[in-house]
Ligand binder design. Structure first.
Ligand SMILES: [Cu+2]
Length: 204
C-alpha cells in the first residue's frame, strides 16, 4: 500500500524512505556479496594449515591471475606447500638453493626438467584438480597445486582460519581438501547481508 501511494504524493521523500527502510532497500542489497569465514580443525595432524576451502556451484566463471603464482624451492622444500589457483592460472618455480632442482607431477603428467640455482620454470594449469609437485633429485620435496573450479576459495592458516570474500548469495557446495584426509562436502546457502561463519572438523 505504502509503496503505491507514497511515490505519488511525495516522489522524492518516498523514494528515499523506501531505499532506506522498505522492501526496495532489501532488494538493493540482495546482490551484495557476503564474506564466508570460519575455521577448520584437522584431526590427527600437527597443523590446521593448508586446507583448501572452496565454494562450488554450476557455471561459476573464473579468471586466472595475470601473473604466475610463485613457488619457491628453498632449503630443499617447496614454499608454499599448497598453492590454489583457477583454470588457466600459472605457477613459477624458482630454484633458490645452491643445487639443481626438478619438478614433475604424476597427476599433471609433466616433467619440467632440471634447472640450476636462480633459474625458473613456469607451468600453466588448464583443468581443475589437485596436482602434486615432486622433485626427482630430492624425494622429500612435495607441494600441491589445487586448481579450483570456482573463484571462491581460501586456504587455512596455522590456526585453521579461512576467509572467502565477495561471495554472491546463493547455494553452494562447500568442499574441503587436505593432502592427508578424505575431504568433506557440505551444502551451504549464502544469504544476502548475512556473513556466514562455519566451524568445521576434518576427521578422516
Ligand atoms: Cu629438488
Amino acid at each position: 500500500m505504502r509503496s503505491t501511494s507514497l511515490p505519488t504524493l511525495l516522489p522524492t521523500a518516498g523514494l528515499v524512505f523506501l531505499v532506506a527502510l522498505g522492501p526496495a532497500g532489501t532488494k538493493a542489497t540482495a546482490a551484495l556479496p557476503v564474506t564466508v569465514s570460519g575455521t577448520v580443525v584437522v584431526k590427527g595432524v600437527k597443523t590446521n594449515a593448508d586446507v583448501v576451502v572452496t565454494l562450488e556451484a554450476p557455471g561459476l566463471k573464473t579468471t586466472p591471475p595475470a601473473q604466475p603464482l610463485p613457488i619457491d624451492q628453498k632449503g630443499f622444500r617447496f614454499l608454499p606447500h599448497v598453492t590454489v589457483t583457477v583454470p588457466g592460472g600459472s605457477v613459477r618455480f624458482l630454484n633458490n638453493d645452491p643445487e639443481p632442482h626438478n619438478v614433475y607431477s604424476p597427476e599433471g603428467r609433466y616433467n619440467l626438467g632440471t634447472w640450476p640455482p636462480q633459474d625458473t620454470r613456469d607451468h600453466r594449469f588448464d583443468q581443475p584438480g589437485v596436482y602434486s609437485q615432486l622433485c626427482n633429485i630430492h624425494p622429500d620435496m612435495l607441494a600441491f597445486v589445487v586448481v579450483a573450479p570456482t573463484p571462491y576459495f581460501a586456504k587455512t592458516d596455522a590456526a585453521g582460519a579461512f576467509e572467502i570474500k565477495g561471495v554472491p548469495p546463493g547455494r553452494y557446495t562447500l568442499v574441503l581438501w587436505h593432502e592427508k584426509k578424505d575431504g568433506l562436502e557440505q551444502e551451504v546457502t549464502v544469504v544476502a547481508g548475512k556473513p556466514l561463519r562455519l566451524d568445521l572438523v576434518l576427521e578422516k
